[in-house]
Design a binder for this molecule. Structure first.
Ligand code: ADP
Ligand code: G6P
Length: 483
């Protein structure tokens, strides 16, 4: 029977070693959390990296890693520490990630990183070929594996290959600065269908293909000498029912089941019943606008001293890519900002920011989503931002206000949120005021509309739409041959 082979750099399971034993935790990040439910329900095998370097896994545990992966229909690809340095921390996260998010000043061009990127992409392609059988569908994910589609195509010209980019695709003027732009585009064009979260990213990609490689582009189809490649936008959704159900269960749980975090949140609510809680959740990444958010919050408190002691920003930042210097610098900057603002405004009974720098289990995420009155998400650039969607899905009584940056892919589908430009502190501050004053009826009306849309465009629909469109490309290919 044919299957789907999913391939992404990171597996949905993260393996670590505690006291000589393997620990498995879920991976953080939109790709892993989103795609997990499609993988769970379907007939697929998922190939990727389990999060430890080859050197970090003792010989006697290597087979156990594979076993843990197999239990979840996954295949672990082992990467050496050199490969992680060159491919992951290097080309993926010091070249492509900053460039595609318009951080050109952070973008490094290093031949060694590029070589490693090519080698590791080949390693992934080889792993796919080991599992591939005729009739299978191959679905490659994200910016770490841009060369994989063509590497497979060269070996298996008949294969049906899809590629989905989970981050923005930048405008031609930015993309053209990449020294390896031709190779990257040719790599992706090995796919039959290329998907993006938004129409803008799709247009940017098509424009780069036509101007750099000079291929003929008609609407959303690219004509290659032997094939047609289709490009389309598929905004990724969430597992709506999972978040909704988790929130319902949360409200039904007894006091004894409550987490320590929930107890602390409730304690705060009881002490200051008319106070508001603002939530933000992100990986600690410079694209997420965390420092902008804190500064905008400071601006808000300066301008609106009547809110002192009446508001709290609960900020959860998950450690990410800490071997890249910009991430380390950002961590220091945020520590300093939080310290300065807490020092500036705190009173004996109140601190304006609660800052958590760690990953949290799912039930704590639900505690935060369901308890906070406002979600403030201010990315400077973000392919999608699933946190915005998850927050809305957990608001089962339909109250709550989402303030969302217009730079997030999710903003295109979430017009009923308060949409802001994260660089404009005055606007963010005004949005906070509007959120505080928004009547319950208006919150309910806005959220009901958002929920209706999110429920319909769930992650299953996203994956099924992509798969349907990908399978259709096979038929088009047959008709192309017969012309
Ligand atoms: P990105 O993919 O850039 O990290 P998204 O907002 O699209 O951003 O996705 C982040 C995902 O990671 C969400 O599904 C969210 O639930 C999950 N997540 C974020 N923070 C945590 C955390 N502390 N613990 C567990 N999962 C988290
Ligand atoms: C984003 C990317 C994913 C990546 C995730 C976490 O969501 O689109 O490809 O897996 O961030 O980043 P990491 O570098 O930890 O895998």
């Amino acid at each position: 029977m044919s299957k789907t082979i999913i391939i992404s750099n990171r597996l949905p399971l993260q393996i670590s070693i505690e006291d000589g034993k393997l620990e498995v935790t879920p991976s953080v990040g939109g790709l892993a959390t989103g795609l997990k439910s499609f993988h769970k329900d379907g007939d697929s095998v998922w190939i990727g990296w389990p999060g430890l370097t080859e050197e970090e896994i003792p010989e006697n545990l290597k087979e156990d890693v594979q076993k843990k992966a197999r239990e979840e229909n996954c295949v672990a690809v082992h990467l050496t520490s050199d490969e992680i340095d060159g491919f992951y921390y290097g080309f993926s996260n010091r070249t492509i990630w900053p460039l595609f998010h318009y951080f050109m000043e952070y973008t490094e061009s290093d031949d060694e990183y590029w070589k490693s990127y090519q080698q590791v992409n080949q390693k992934y392609a080889d792993e796919i070929l080991k599992h591939y059988e005729e009739g299978d569908v191959i679905w490659v994910h994200d910016y770490q594996l841009l060369l994989v589609p063509n590497m497979i195509r060269e070996q298996r010209p008949e294969a049906v290959i899809g590629f989905f980019n989970h981050i923005p695709f930048p405008s031609y003027e930015v993309f053209r600065t990449l020294p390896w732009r031709d190779e990257v585009l040719k790599g992706v064009l090995g796919a039959d269908l290329i998907g993006f979260h938004t129409y803008d990213y799709e247009r940017h990609f098509l424009s780069s293909v036509s101007r750099i490689l000079r291929h003929q582009v008609d609407f959303n189809e690219i004509t290659l000498p032997d094939r047609i490649v289709k490009v389309d936008s598929f905004p990724m959704g969430i597992d709506y029912k999972k978040f909704e159900q988790a929130a319902l269960d949360h409200f039904e749980s007894t006091a004894a089941d409550q987490s320590e975090l929930q107890k602390r949140l409730d304690h705060h609510l009881e002490a200051t019943p008319d106070a508001k809680m603002i939530l933000s959740i992100d990986r600690l990444d410079y694209t997420k606008g965390i420092a902008h958010r804190i500064r905008a919050y400071e601006y808000f408190l300066d301008k609106n001293p009547q809110h002192i002691e009446k508001v709290r920003l609960v900020m959860l930042a998950v450690p990410s890519r800490s071997n890249v210097p910009q991430y380390r610098r950002l961590k220091r900057e945020i520590d300093e900002l939080v310290g300065r603002i807490n020092g500036k405004f705190s009173t004996v009974s109140w601190t304006p920011i609660w800052y958590f720098y760690r990953s949290m289990p799912f039930n704590n995420l639900i505690d935060l989503y369901t308890t906070c009155d406002i979600a403030l998400l201010t990315p400077i650039r973000d392919g999608m931002n699933l946190v915005a969607k998850e927050y809305i899905a957990t608001r089962t009584n339909h109250t709550g206000v989402l303030i969302l940056s217009e730079m997030a892919g999710a903003a295109h589908e979430m017009n009923e949120a308060l949409i802001i430009n994260p660089n404009n502190f005055e606007q963010v501050s005004e949005a906070l005021k509007t959120a505080f004053e928004m009547p319950k009826e208006e919150q309910i009306e806005r959220n009901k509309m958002l929920q209706k849309r999110l429920r319909r465009y769930s992650v299953d629909k996203w994956a099924n739409d992509f798969m349907k469109s990908l399978r259709a490309t096979r038929e088009n290919r047959d008709s192309f041959k017969s012309i």
